[in-house]
Design a protein around this ligand. Structure first.
Ligand code: SF4
Ligand code: SF4
Length: 144
C-alpha cells in the first residue's frame, strides 16, 4: 500500500490505537510513586552511614583512605587523638559533590563507612549540604 493511501485510510493511527487497546486490559506496571514503592536491591548505593562496634566504639580510625580515594573530593576529615587513639574529630561528606560511586566504602579498611539504600531526600539549602559524622553514626544505628 503506498504512503498516500495509508495516510488517507488513517492506517497508522488505527495501528497506534490497537496498541493502546491491547495494553488497556493488561495488568498495570506503572507505580504510583511516592505512595507505592518499587523494590530496591541490597547493593543500591544510597546515603552513607558510619558503622560502630557492638560496644559503641566508632570503627573509623581517621586513616583518610576514603578521602584519598574519593574521585569527587567530597570527603573532609579532621583527625583527633583521644587516649592515644586516632579518631575522626570531623567527618563530612559534601552531598552536592558526592556521586555515590562507593569508592570510599571499598577503600575503608575498617568497614566503618557504608552506604545504605536510603535515596529519598532532597537538598535545597546550602546548610544541609554537608552530612556530618553524627548524622552518619545515627544512620548506621538505624540500619543495624
Ligand atoms: S560515594 Fe564516591 S563520591 Fe561519594 S563520598 Fe564516596 S567515594 Fe566520594
Ligand atoms: S571511614 Fe574508613 S577509610 Fe575513611 S577515615 Fe574512617 S577508617 Fe579510614
Amino acid at each position: 500500500m503506498n504512503r498516500i493511501l495509508k495516510r488517507f485510510l488513517l492506517i497508522e493511527l488505527l495501528q497506534g490505537m490497537l496498541v493502546t487497546l491491547r495494553y488497556m486490559f493488561r495488568p498495570k506496571i506503572t507505580v504510583q510513586y511516592p505512595d507505592e514503592k518499587t523494590p530496591i536491591s541490597n547493593s543500591f548505593k544510597g546515603k552513607h552511614a558510619h558503622d560502630m562496634y557492638a560496644d559503641g566504639r566508632e570503627r573509623c580510625v581517621a586513616c583518610k583512605l576514603c578521602e584519598a580515594s574519593c574521585p569527587a573530593k567530597a570527603i573532609n576529615i579532621q583527625i583527633g587523638v583521644k587516649e592515644n587513639i586516632r579518631y575522626a574529630q570531623k567527618y563530612e561528606i559534601d552531598q552536592f559533590l558526592c556521586i555515590y560511586c562507593g569508592e570510599c566504602v571499598v577503600a575503608c579498611p575498617e568497614k566503618a563507612i557504608v552506604q545504605t539504600t536510603e535515596h529519598e531526600y532532597e537538598l535545597y539549602a546550602d546548610e544541609r549540604r554537608y552530612m556530618t559524622k553524627e548524622e552518619m553514626l545515627a544512620k548506621g544505628k538505624k540500619y543495624d
